[in-house]
Design a protein around this ligand. Structure first.
Ligand SMILES: *[C@@H]1O[C@H](CO)[C@@H](O)[C@H](O)[C@H]1NC(C)=O
Ligand SMILES: *[C@@H]1O[C@H](CO)[C@@H](O)[C@H](O)[C@H]1NC(C)=O
Ligand SMILES: *[C@@H]1O[C@H](CO)[C@@H](O)[C@H](O)[C@H]1NC(C)=O
Ligand SMILES: *[C@@H]1O[C@H](CO)[C@@H](O)[C@H](O)[C@H]1NC(C)=O
Ligand SMILES: *[C@@H]1O[C@H](CO)[C@@H](O)[C@H](O)[C@H]1NC(C)=O
Ligand SMILES: *[C@@H]1O[C@H](CO)[C@@H](O)[C@H](O)[C@H]1NC(C)=O
Length: 404
């Protein structure tokens, strides 16, 4: 589906940034680690007459706790096809594949486990309660494994956790509310799992920068406090949120740059308040049941680069102000019921945009819907001022009327 590729492109940018950030911080950690190892070796070489083996200094209590945690984890790993964890033996946890140490913030003379990166390891297993012992973790990356079960509640002990990427695993159960108790969390990626049930409204009250929950089994209306979030990227795609996009979305204005609500079963009109999100670069509400007109306020989104309204039931005219947006590069509004393109909207090729206007009710254009198909919807326009959220019911009633 086209929406997937757009999702990937828009999120890739953020992730390349994160990967870069991680690579830098981890190479610093690794460099420090190598440095301290060589120092120890030199020291032991100089004093090699000494009876004690100083080069394997006893791990500090934090690393001992980490050892307990990682061994407990290894016991509940049932498949590790690339042997990623085969070197998870012995007390030197900082040497384990995928485990990254850094100086402990309260005592920089000792090392502690600060990061876990097991991306693409294809490991099958559980997350044990003992992971709560890794209380200094800043990063957990478990993208593309086969971890299953639920998240242990002991994760609430990870008060420094900044980034949690559990995407593309097999986690189940209700939305893991334990993540809402993590005071340092900024990046939450739960994409492509099997979380189900309702989305807790509290998700939007925590101080996250990025929320990726697409491709789960979450079934819920969009909470009316959606706008309390501080996130700049919110990706809800491919869940069954249903309900309307609440006007409270306006309070995202100071942070929101990408809003992706692809295939989330949202209904009603696109609220005028979408136009208040002045930092928005990507707005994708495709594959939903939105009705009514394009709010003219979108013409004020000076940073907007990608606008996808495709596969909805929207109608009315496509306003020139939207087509004239200075940064707009890709405007998709196919598979709706638009019947007029104002001004430059009629020839977006001339504006140098990538665009798609197929399957609408545009009399001058090719690849449009049949007159019959258009008449069903266009004879009963939805008034978004009167029915900002009730549009869907209105249209369904019209379908009923038409059938009888
Ligand atoms: C334009 O956007 C549509 C819908 O999001 C996407 O399928 C298409 O690949 C995009 N085209 C370009 C050139 O970015
Ligand atoms: C992992 O280890 C097992 C047992 O030592 C070995 O048979 C297998 O080839 C290894 N797999 C990889 C991908 O290295
Ligand atoms: C680090 O020090 C601060 C301030 O003294 C203290 O509040 C905090 O609990 C300490 N953290 C740990 C993990 O020991
Ligand atoms: C939480 O972290 C502290 C400090 O590392 C540790 O002593 C405690 O056992 C941890 N609690 C759990 C439930 O893992
Ligand atoms: C969308 O929501 C409706 C209720 O409004 C529900 O009946 C339907 O199953 C949902 N569709 C999907 C794909 O989840
Ligand atoms: C759209 O604009 C392009 C470039 O200016 C021009 O070549 C083309 O003929 C125009 N198409 C229509 C349908 O007016």
């Amino acid at each position: 589906m086209a929406s997937n590729s757009s999702l990937v492109t828009t999120t890739t940018a953020l992730f390349s940034f994160l990967v870069l950030y991680l690579a830098v911080s981890f190479s610093n950690i690794a460099a420090k680690h190598r440095h301290s190892t060589t120092t120890n070796h030199r020291h032991s070489a100089i004093s090699n007459h000494h009876p004690h083996h100083h080069h394997t200094a006893a791990p500090n209590p934090r690393l001992q706790q980490a050892y307990t945690a990682l061994q407990a984890w290894k016991r509940v790993i049932y498949s590790d096809p690339f042997n990623t964890t085969s070197d998870w033996t012995g007390p030197s946890v900082c040497d384990y594949t995928g485990i990254y140490c850094a100086p402990f913030q309260n005592n920089t003379h000792i090392q502690t486990v600060a990061g876990i990166d097991l991306n693409h390891a294809d490991i099958a297993g559980f997350l044990p309660d003992e992971l709560g012992l890794l209380s200094d973790l800043a990063l957990i990356h478990l993208n593309s494994n086969r971890f299953c079960g639920i998240l242990p509640l002991t994760l609430s002990n990870l008060t420094l956790l900044f980034e949690l990427d559990l995407s593309n695993n097999r986690f189940v159960g209700p939305f893991p509310s334990v993540v809402l108790s993590l005071p340092s969390l900024k990046f939450l990626d739960l994409r492509f799992n099997e979380f189900e049930g309702t989305l807790p409204p509290e998700l939007f009250n925590v101080n996250l920068d990025a929320i990726f929950i697409n491709n789960n089994r979450l079934r819920s209306v969009i909470p009316s406090n959606l706008g309390s979030s501080t996130a700049s990227v919110v990706v809800f795609a491919n869940n069954n949120l249903a309900g309307c996009i609440p006007p409270s979305i306006a309070s995202f204005a100071n942070t929101m740059e990408e809003l992706l609500l692809i295939n989330t079963n949202v209904t009603g009109c696109l609220p005028n308040e979408v136009g208040f999100l002045y930092k928005l670069r990507v707005l994708d509400v495709s594959f939903n049941k939105l009705v009514g007109e394009i709010p003219y306020s979108i013409a004020g989104l000076a940073h907007l680069e990608q606008l996808n309204l495709g596969h909805n039931m929207m109608s009315g005219e496509v306003p020139a102000g939207v087509c004239e947006l200075p940064n707009l590069a890709n405007f998709t509004f196919s598979y709706n019921y638009f019947f007029e393109e104002e001004g430059v909207c009629g020839n977006l090729t001339a504006r140098g945009l990538v665009w798609d206007d197929r399957k609408n009710c545009l009399p001058e254009k090719r690849f449009q819907r049949s007159k019959k198909e258009c008449d069903v919807v266009l004879e009963h326009p939805v008034d978004c001022f009167e029915h900002p959220c009730g549009g869907e019911k209105h249209v369904e009633n019209n379908h009923e009327k038409h059938r009888t």
